[in-house]
Design a protein around this ligand. Structure first.
Ligand code: F0G
Length: 464
């Protein structure tokens, strides 16, 4: 076995190591999740993060152009000739004073990390390029995922752009925004709609992948999380290598928070940052397992000694009450986050917190993000709604530097946006009202005018 790069069980009392080429993505000894692990003493690592700036001058080199692979030295699991990139990670960190003001922060303190700029329109491409690379290393020909829409769009685009694998995606019926479904279909993925939700689909795809030897790209795959670490590296890069006070991210399957925690742990271990930022994970209140278990029931990573009975009892309670995840933010409509232990580990490492926000809070925050210049999908706005809540509670200080990760593009889910801004009460009710959304306080309604020049001029004079 390669003893420089390998997979390792996250359970410290087990700590089993697994070959780099293994694709089962769970510990063969105890069944826990795996990390990609490196013997950092034996891989060359730059002495300072500033060193990565040398790559900026070589943007014709595909691995330096990629916003993931220009940080190769911090995720060096693959031979460079196996790396599959489609130009992912060309994202921006935008200072947004108007959104910051809405959330209660002082000017110059809120930044939006816009992952909607990726080729498939979400942060998933950061992880997919890494998983796809690993799939190439092990010679996979078919790849599968369960998805609320963005992982599937990302897998589909990588398969279509490289023509190296066939994409097989599992989605819950009626559980995916049209923009995302459109991507899977357009890019030629085999799309399997099962009668159930994401939690059901994830359970099934894991069985199917094992049975048919299909490569699994859900975030239980630790190589996905290696790629997603680079979202944090790009934030540091955009902040001139200064560490912000807070990173705030929506929580669904908890892949992001897990990978962010790993990124900061490794940067600390390598002496590349002086301190880690605090992490805040924001659940939708209709899909709030992490919030319930962490904040309400006191579940902790506890050095790897998790209270498994607490988790099992919680899931038994969901089953007994037939409680299904339910939120307008379909991207994070997940009740059984597969990365729960890694998420707990990350917030322990980074002094994290979790909160829940309602669909109403998310949609209002989303409207503010849009009015501030960047569009995002409902789930992404959970981050901004979460900052507003944490500010109101006094947990985030008005002068702290806060980065919200906008995980997905505005056009992924236009239905929610149009319904929010619509002046048609029927449409509002059909899409939002039945979900408990009562108001559209920041709506920008279309103005209805007769097809008449004078009337049009009058309307413009009145409103603009
Ligand atoms: N935001 C968006 C836009 C997402 O698509 C997802 C997850 C999340 C946040 C949550 O991220 O799982 O890392 O906590 N979407 C997955 C999918 C589940 O299938 O596309 P997480």
């Amino acid at each position: 076995m390669n003893d420089i790069v390998f997979q390792r069980c996250i359970n410290p009392t087990c700590g089993a190591t697994v070959d780099l080429a293994d694709t089962l993505f769970s510990c063969p000894r105890c069944g826990s999740l795996l990390d990609v692990a490196y013997d950092w003493n034996r891989v060359p690592v730059p002495k300072s993060l500033k060193w990565f700036e040398t790559k900026w001058s070589e943007r014709t080199h595909p691995l330096h152009f990629s916003g993931v692979w220009r940080f190769y030295e911090l995720l060096p699991f693959a031979p460079t000739d196996k790396i599959m990139t489609i130009g992912e990670g060309q994202t921006i960190l935008q200072r947004s004073d108007s959104v910051g003001k809405y959330a209660g922060l002082n000017a110059g303190r809120l930044f939006l990390q816009y992952e909607g700029m990726n080729p498939s329109g979400s942060f998933k491409d950061n992880g997919m390029t890494a998983a796809f690379t690993h799939a190439q290393m092990v010679g996979a020909r078919r790849a599968a995922c369960a998805s609320t829409g963005n992982t599937s769009a990302s897998l589909a685009i990588f398969c279509a752009a490289t023509n190296l694998m066939r994409a097989i995606i599992f989605i819950g019926s009626g559980k995916i925004a049209y923009g995302k479904l459109a991507q899977a279909l357009d890019h030629g993925a085999l799309t399997i709609q099962i009668a159930g939700d994401f939690d059901d689909a994830l359970h099934r795809v894991q069985q199917v992948a094992k049975k048919l030897g299909i490569y699994l790209v859900n975030s239980v795959n630790p190589f996905r999380l290696e790629g997603q670490k680079t979202i944090m590296f790009r934030i540091l890069e955009a902040m001139r290598w200064e560490v912000p006070d807070w990173i705030v991210v929506p929580g669904g399957n908890l892949g992001n928070v897990s990978s962010f925690g790993k990124a900061f742990s490794e940067l600390l271990e390598l002496g590349l940052i002086p301190r880690a930022p605090r992490l805040a994970v924001i659940n939708a209140s209709g899909a709030n397992t992490f919030y319930q278990l962490y904040e309400k029931q006191g579940l902790r990573w506890n050095g790897g000694h998790l209270d498994a009975e607490k988790i099992n009892a919680y899931y038994r309670g969901l089953d007994a009450g037939n409680l299904r995840a339910s939120t307008l933010a379909s991207a994070i409509e997940i009740n059984r986050p597969v990365n729960l232990p890694k998420g707990l580990r990350a917030i322990e490492k980074c002094g994290g917190v979790t909160r829940e926000v309602t669909d109403q809070e998310m949609l209002d925050a989303k409207a503010k993000v849009g009015a501030g210049g960047l569009g995002c999908e409902p789930a992404s706005a959970a981050s901004v709604a979460g900052v507003k809540k944490l500010r109101a509670e006094g947990i985030i200080d008005a002068d702290e530097r806060v980065v919200c990760v906008l995980t997905g593009h505005q056009l992924k889910d236009p239905d929610a946006t149009v319904a929010y801004h619509s002046s048609d009460p029927e449409m509002f009710e059909k899409v939002l009202g039945k979900r408990g959304v009562k108001r559209a306080s920041y709506a920008n309604r279309a103005v209805q005018v007769p097809n008449d020049l004078d009337e049009i001029v009058k309307a413009i004079d009145l409103y603009a």
